[in-house]
Design a binder for this molecule. Structure first.
Ligand SMILES: *[C@@H]1O[C@H](CO)[C@@H](O)[C@H](O)[C@H]1NC(C)=O
Ligand SMILES: *[C@@H]1O[C@H](CO)[C@@H](O)[C@H](O)[C@H]1NC(C)=O
Ligand SMILES: *[C@@H]1O[C@H](CO)[C@@H](O)[C@H](O)[C@H]1NC(C)=O
Ligand SMILES: *[C@@H]1O[C@H](CO)[C@@H](O)[C@H](O)[C@H]1NC(C)=O
Length: 436
């Protein structure tokens, strides 16, 4: 018995490293230690059965940061790849000649880091070679990406902070930027590329609006040298790519299907570590040469079969009309309308499992700039939903991770108007998912 009690105490301590069961675009994502994931402007590659996520961490001085996972949901923090660089944006892995490199943009030039061993996992990458501009014109560039085709590496960049230029990457020690392959005209940046199973090359880019999201677009070609066509939106223009900017694409070549995944950043107003991520599957139409993001509030992908799932997850729905309505809010059909600073909706008996769980709120607001909806758990301080999911207010389903105690919990949904604004929320329901 004594041993059992000690074991239980230990295992409840260890369980703070909570398994993540969903990809939730726009939400705050945590690693297996419970810390927020910091891998902005990043890139995910797969080597054997492991995914490696490389991006930059502001906290570490805009340095490359590495995470690993086998399922794209549970990410373990490996560490900062190098303390030898700072202000390195949009780092990407490049494998060449048995060595692993990180290419990142420092002061509008490429800086090359090399790993000491034969694995991408290292915290001792060192700077090698000299910073490089783009051949043949010596252009500087802003956003960058990489692409691998038939074992050859290619470099994508927003040349002169404008056109997208595709260059070869020269093998050698170290790798260097090679000849220009194509130049795609336009005021575009944030390039990422993949090749469909039908053999079409797709380039995804954003327009140029700083940290503010815009409609990202797809271009296509049958050879990398072009001609490149397109410039078609990958999501309805009004949603601004679900508030995100392209960072890279990931292809899961599964046993049942091939799944193409858009990896985007949801930047805050300064690109700080408060920024989040927007990962969504892409529907590819090789006949119309268009790409469409599949807008899922939460989803999973089986890394072996490639199969995407976006519904049927175990959950319990609570309708707002069945909850306790406080103040001047009014029930209309199954929803509660006119929730403002003087009213709220309280759900009792929300059964929790004593850990974090996803709870999705189905609600709309009159004006997303006029205030915020918030939630209070068991009488705690209200938390604005936008602190938990950057989709808050913009979408009718907003999943957020809440720590619920085991047994009955009380959740109060309320609203706060910004100064002198008229803000109202209409709440349909909440859905409490069994898992985190
Ligand atoms: C996350 O990782 C944990 C621990 O390895 C594992 O038990 C769990 O099944 C993983 N979650 C998913 C959804 O695969
Ligand atoms: C929530 O549960 C219902 C059935 O109980 C199911 O139909 C629905 O797909 C689930 N929602 C999600 C997002 O999985
Ligand atoms: C809900 O709103 C009512 C009416 O404004 C207020 O008295 C009550 O304190 C609120 N409850 C919570 C938990 O905010
Ligand atoms: C929550 O939102 C309200 C309304 O916009 C705002 O006044 C308040 O500062 C926000 N709280 C936090 C902690 O951001």
């Amino acid at each position: 018995m004594k041993f059992g009690a000690a074991f239980l105490a230990l295992s409840s301590f260890v369980s703070t490293a909570l398994a993540v069961s969903f990809i939730v675009p726009g939400a705050v994502w945590t690693d297996t230690s419970g810390a927020k994931i910091q891998a902005h402007g990043g890139h995910v590659i797969k080597v054997s059965n492991t995914f490696y996520w490389l991006g930059y961490s502001n906290a570490a001085g805009i340095a490359p940061n590495i995470y690993t996972s086998t399922d794209l949901m549970n990410w373990s923090h490996f560490g900062i790849a190098s303390t030898a660089v700072t202000a390195m944006y949009r780092p990407k892995f490049v494998s060449s000649g048995g060595k692993w490199y990180i290419w990142g943009q420092v002061n509008r030039e490429i800086v090359t880091l090399v790993a000491p061993g034969s694995t991408p996992l290292s915290t001792a990458y060192t700077v090698t070679g000299s910073p490089e501009l783009l051949p043949p014109d010596g252009r500087s560039f802003s956003d960058m990406g990489v692409f691998v085709d038939n074992g050859l590496n290619y470099f994508l960049s927003s040349a002169d902070s404008n056109n997208i230029q595709i260059n070869n990457i020269n093998a050698g020690t170290p790798i260097t930027i090679g000849t220009r392959v194509a130049d795609i005209e336009g005021s575009i940046e944030a390039p990422g590329m993949f090749k469909s199973s039908g053999g079409i090359y797709y380039l995804i880019v954003s327009q140029k609006t700083g940290w503010t999201a815009n409609p990202n677009m797809a271009y296509w070609a049958t050879t990398l040298a072009g001609p490149w066509s397109g410039g078609t939106n990958i999501a309805p223009a009004s949603v601004n790519t679900y508030k995100s900017q392209n960072s890279a694409e990931l292809v899961i070549d599964g046993t049942s299907t091939t799944t193409y995944i858009f990896l985007g950043d949801v930047w805050d107003s300064t690109g700080s570590d408060a920024s989040n991520y927007e990962w969504l599957p892409i529907t590819v139409s090789d006949s119309t040469h268009t790409l469409t993001l599949q807008d899922f509030a939460m989803w999973t992908v089986n890394p072996t079969t490639g199969v995407v799932t976006s519904s049927g997850f175990a959950n319990t729905t609570f309708h707002a009309a069945d909850a306790i309505v406080g103040g001047s809010a009014v029930i209309k059909k199954r929803a509660v309308h006119n929730i403002d600073s003087f009213s709220n909706v309280t759900f009792t008996n929300v059964v929790g499992r004593g850990d974090k769980q996803w709870v999705s709120f189905q609600y709309t607001v009159n004006d997303v700039t006029a205030g915020e909806a918030h939630v209070s758990v068991n009488g705690g301080d209200p938390i604005n939903l936008s602190q938990l999911n950057s989709r808050a207010g913009h979408y009718s389903t907003v999943p957020v991770a809440l720590s619920l105690k085991q047994g009955a919990n009380t959740l109060t949904f309320g609203a706060t108007a910004a100064d002198n604004q008229d803000f109202e929320a209409h709440l349909e329901s909440i859905r409490v998912f069994d898992d985190y």
